[in-house]
Design a protein around this ligand. Structure first.
Ligand code: TGC
Ligand code: FAD
Length: 404
């Protein structure tokens, strides 16, 4: 039980928890949600509890992405859920965030898969693609008949994509792409890669289909983080794609950066789910562990640590919800997303590391989820802009000075 059902215990006050899933809700956050949003969260929570949690530690240990869950995720409408057309549900951005939160409560790898499919592949096709590209790819991606990946980062440094080396040049009616991308989620799984390349007119986006001559992908091994996720390198060696595979409305690096805002928004929510899982595990352990003749929860420093976790999770929820409100009313600025991605991922990583410590030696095994989340969050704090990059984005917004 999350909130202990004893004497002065907080569990007596039902507003401190969500009854259906024993997830902490210190600030009655659920009241901010619409009925539809609550229903979406409950549906995804059930999927994660029943289908993800029983297998995910094994997948993590084996270094295997649970691809068998993808059709079920598609059937639940988890890909492109905010889109109005193409068979998508047209949900609010808060509902989208709650989907990400619940998926990442399972594992960051599952949230990553969904982030990439929705925010980094469907979004650029919808925003910058031709009608033909939209009709061909968006329904297929929504139903997971096609899987996508997003290639921006290169081996020589991901924080500064403006210096990318991958380039494309016109040859008749086609483009010849040469270069390499690195650290690409879903790379070897993908039927379609959204690839950003330098051209004489600036950075452009291309849709590169699996099997195109000159395009190959290879998995990156030996990861200690996001082990239940596929991360790959992409290689382009005189890879020829037709002009109709260029995203016609993507006319600079700004188009690629706008996609990052979508994925960062999802991460800002997802990190909350990872933190909730660790907090819940630490609290349960603290109730059960008897040391020096008393349960750990009786100790002041343990209470301070649990209270810190609850405080930081509650604050992160409210920040994410506010982002969702701004996004739904089309008033969201990308620097606001940077602030919350930075805050919420830092919060989740700190909570996961502290929960791991609170669990003692048992906390280093995959029997406990905290170490898996902590290891995953080491990637989450790096990808989609490192913590430093988001601090510098916020710093530039405040001061007007570019300190990159
Ligand atoms: P900068 O001068 O900042 O901006 C150029 C123009 O673009 C606009 N802009 C954005 N618009 C929307 N969303 C964003 N996030 C935007 N960032 C910038 C900006 O307003 C400006 O517009 P305008 O009209 O004034 O011209 O460009 P810069 O080249 O100086 O970029 C600076 C910097 C460092 C912020 C940028 O390069 C950056 O964000 N670097 C980090 C790279 C990164 O995050 N890569 C992520 C790769 S994808 C990934 O990690 C997927 S993980 C997925 C998963 O598995 O979940
Ligand atoms: P670098 O840019 O080399 O940075 C190295 C260090 O320098 C960092 O600590 C950074 O904060 C610091 N630094 C950078 N600039 C400054 C500065 N101006 N001042 C001070 N310090 C600075 N990319 C994609 O395109 N698509 C994907 O699907 C994708 N998936 C990923 C999945 C995983 C598991 C991982 C780990 C990464 C993924 N990435 C993906 C790449 C990710 O976006 C990059 O790793 C990230 O942007 C950082 O780039 P880098 O690793 O090259 O680090």
């Amino acid at each position: 039980m999350l909130w202990p059902d004893t004497g002065r215990a907080a569990g007596k006050e039902s507003h401190l928890m969500i009854p259906d899933c024993q997830t902490p809700d210190f600030m009655s956050f659920e009241e901010l949600l619409t009925d539809e949003e609550r229903q979406v969260r409950q549906t995804v929570a059930r999927f994660v509890d029943e289908r993800v949690l029983p297998i995910i530690a094994e997948c993590f240990e084996a270094g295997r992405f649970p691809i068998e869950l993808v059709p079920e995720m598609a059937a639940l409408g988890l890909f492109g859920p905010t889109f109005q057309d193409y068979g998508c549900a047209g949900l609010s951005n808060v509902a989208y965030g709650l989907i990400m939160q619940e998926l990442e409560r399972g594992d960051s790898g599952l949230r990553s898969f969904a982030s990439v499919q929705s925010g980094l592949v469907m979004y650029p096709i919808d925003r910058y693609g031709s009608d033909e590209q939209k009709q061909r790819w968006l329904p297929a991606l929504a139903q997971a008949r096609a899987i996508g990946c997003f290639g921006l980062t290169e081996p020589d440094g991901g924080s500064d994509p403006g210096t990318m080396k991958t380039h494309a040049r016109r040859v008749g009616g086609d483009w010849l792409i040469n270069g390499a991308k690195m650290w690409i989620t879903n790379g070897t799984l993908a039927d379609l890669a959204v690839v950003w390349a330098r051209t004489p007119d600036g950075v452009r986006g291309f849709l590169v289909e699996k099997g195109t001559p000159g395009y190959t992908a290879r998995d990156i091994a030996h990861k200690f983080s996001l082990r239940a996720s596929v991360t790959s390198e992409l290689f382009f060696d005189d890879c020829r794609v037709p002009e109709r595979n260029r995203l016609p409305l993507a006319d600079s690096l700004k188009a690629a950066l706008s996609c990052l805002t979508q994925a960062r928004y999802g991460i800002a929510w997802g990190a909350i789910g990872a933190a909730q899982a660790c907090y819940r595990e630490a609290l349960q352990f603290a109730h059960q562990r008897i040391l020096f003749g008393q349960p750990l929860v009786n100790k002041q420093t343990i209470q301070v640590r649990l209270a810190e976790m609850a405080r930081r999770i509650a604050a992160a929820q409210l920040l994410a919800w506010r982002l969702g409100q701004l996004k739904d009313s089309d008033r969201l600025h990308h620097t606001q997303v940077s602030l919350v991605k930075w805050n919420n991922v830092r919060m989740a990583l700190d909570v996961a590391r502290d929960a791991r410590d609170l669990l003692g030696a048992g906390g280093i095994t995959l029997e406990c989820c905290s170490i898996r989340h902590a290891m995953n969050l080491e990637s989450v704090i790096t990808y989609e802009g490192t913590e430093t990059i988001h601090q510098l984005i916020v710093g530039r917004q405040i001061t007007g000075q570019d300190a990159f």
